[in-house]
Design a binder for this molecule. Structure first.
Ligand SMILES: Nc1ncnc2c1ncn2[C@@H]1O[C@H](COP(=O)(O)OP(=O)(O)OP(=O)(O)O)[C@@H](O)[C@H]1O
Ligand SMILES: [Mg+2]
Length: 460
């Protein structure tokens, strides 16, 4: 499209609108864009931008962070030009700016001082519909993980977070999160919420397994006065409480078929009836569903409605079990330990080598929640300064199976990276040799110095 625009003078140039009144926006961007073969349109204010966009829609806009964050502006612009890509210019390199730009729907972030080449290549990428180079998403992943004190080291988790952030960018898309118990499904749902334009709205979670059908319906959709005995006043449901935000339906696989039908109707029509009500209530909520069951199998067995499954499964995220991503274990454990140690006032500095090896060799059937609980216990019981293996209360390591392929929820084999496999195998051999490096190196068939380097690299 761009090439055509620059080679055939009769065809219209790609129109790029800049919004802002400062020297960068007016003095530097315009000539850079014109020089690269775009039609540069300068809007000096937000009102001016809306008027110009209505008269002749641009193919892309560049605006400062302040404009992007001003209430209702991006929404108003997108009403005129629904799929308009937005590049945001920020004054600093702070991760917070990246997150704020992303929440406003930016596809890329340009930092001052503006670099002409970088601007032109970002514009080219965005107008041709190609994704940004991942820089913005990766920075948001890093910032969000940093905010909750977690380093997602494994490639598997980084991919999960990237998918989550891409889904976050479209604020109504339904997301289905699958994964074993305790892997962090709710954690991922909260991240989705906080990276989306809904971040300032409510995040509400409802556990569908915790209540019988009638109570769950009343909890979800609310009820009118007199709907049933005890309903002395109207009560809004959680779907209304979540208006403007995100509603997580946890353990969706446990919802009854009758209620599934009502939920499907609410999702399709974006409105519903309170229990005992006749007036339909409209809401603007993103629905996120999570499950540790295999919903596809449940559909085949007639326990889950196929139409609801397809409606929920617009973006699907599978959170891998902890044994599939051993490179996350230590980062999580250290993060949890720091928090708990502070909480209980125990000045712990970390884990002993044997404790580290034991953490890596364990199979974590209860996933991150089990690791979190175990770390809390260690923070309470350990006499420090380092947590020892015995403080962890781990079951005996009779037959660690870490070098067997990891299995997914459906029993299928899940690929790990070569690094993950090597690290796990090293941990297992070191454990068997009780930390004796000479014996371990001999068993592994490598030189002792090579082993020492690998131990350092893997943080064993
Ligand atoms: N990446 C992570 N960083 C920090 N904490 C995490 C992470 N993942 C999970 N946790 C913590 O682990 C615990 C379990 O996570 P969460 O409740 O999200 O799991 P879940 O998959 O929803 O579990 P369940 O299936 O039992 O509902 C929580 O306390 C959560 O804060
Ligand atoms: Mg949960």
């Amino acid at each position: 499209m761009l090439a055509e625009a620059t080679t055939h003078s009769v065809s219209r140039l790609t129109r790029v609108m800049t919004i802002g009144d400062d020297a960068d926006m007016r003095g530097a961007l315009g000539p850079a864009l014109s020089g690269a073969g775009f039609e540069a349109v300068e809007a000096t204010s937000r009102e001016d931008a809306l008027a110009r966009a209505a008269a002749s829609p641009p193919e892309l806009v560049i605006m400062d962070l302040e404009s992007a964050r001003s209430e209702g502006f991006v929404e108003a612009l997108k009403r005129t030009c629904p799929s308009l890509p937005i590049l945001v210019v920020s004054d600093d390199h702070a991760d917070l700016s990246a997150v704020q730009a992303f929440r406003c729907g930016a596809v890329d972030l340009l930092e001052r001082p503006l670099d002409r080449e970088r601007v032109v290549s970002a514009v080219n990428r965005a107008v041709s519909g190609r994704r940004a180079d991942g820089g913005l998403i990766d920075r948001c992943v890093a910032a969000t993980c940093g905010a909750v004190g977690v380093v997602a080291k494994s490639g598997l988790m980084r991919n999960v977070y990237r998918t989550v952030l891409r889904a976050a960018a479209s604020s109504r898309t339904t997301v289905l999160i699958e994964g074993e118990s305790g892997v962090g499904k709710e954690h991922v749902a909260r991240m989705l919420h906080s990276a989306s334009s809904r971040w300032a709205g409510p995040f509400v979670a409802l556990n569908c397994a915790a209540l019988p059908e009638t109570l769950l319906e009343a909890e979800l959709f609310g009820y009118e006065k007199g709907a049933f005995s005890g309903a002395t006043a109207r009560k809004p449901g959680l779907i209304e409480t979540a208006n403007g935000g995100t509603l997580l339906l946890d353990e969706i696989g446990e919802m009854s078929l009758g209620l599934q039908a009502k939920l499907l109707r609410a999702l399709q029509e974006r409105s519903f009836l309170r229990v005992g009500g006749i007036e339909s209530v409209s809401v603007d909520v993103r629905i996120v569903a999570s499950t540790n069951r295999d919903l596809e199998a449940a559909v085949r067995e007639g326990q889950f409605r196929g139409d609801l499954y397809y409606r929920l499964n617009v973006v699907r995220v599978r959170v891998p079990s902890l044994r599939e991503r051993p490179s996350d274990i230590l980062g999580l454990a250290r993060g949890f330990l720091q928090g708990f140690a502070r909480e209980v006032g125990n000045p712990l500095r970390g884990f002993t080598k044997t404790a580290v090896v034991a953490l890596l060799a364990y199979s974590w059937p209860g996933n991150v929640r089990e690791l979190e609980n175990m770390t809390e216990r260690a923070a309470v019981l350990s006499r420090g300064p380092l947590v020892r293996r015995s403080d962890l209360g781990l079951p005996p390591p009779a037959a660690p199976k870490l070098d067997a392929p990891a299995t997914g929820q459906d029993g299928s084999t899940v690929e790990r990276t070569l690094e993950d496999v090597e690290r796990a195998h090293l941990a297992r051999v070191l454990y068997r040799c009780q930390g004796n490096r000479s014996h371990a190196a001999a068993e592994l068939g490598i030189h002792r110095t090579t082993l020492a380097k690998k131990i350092r690299d893997y943080g064993l």
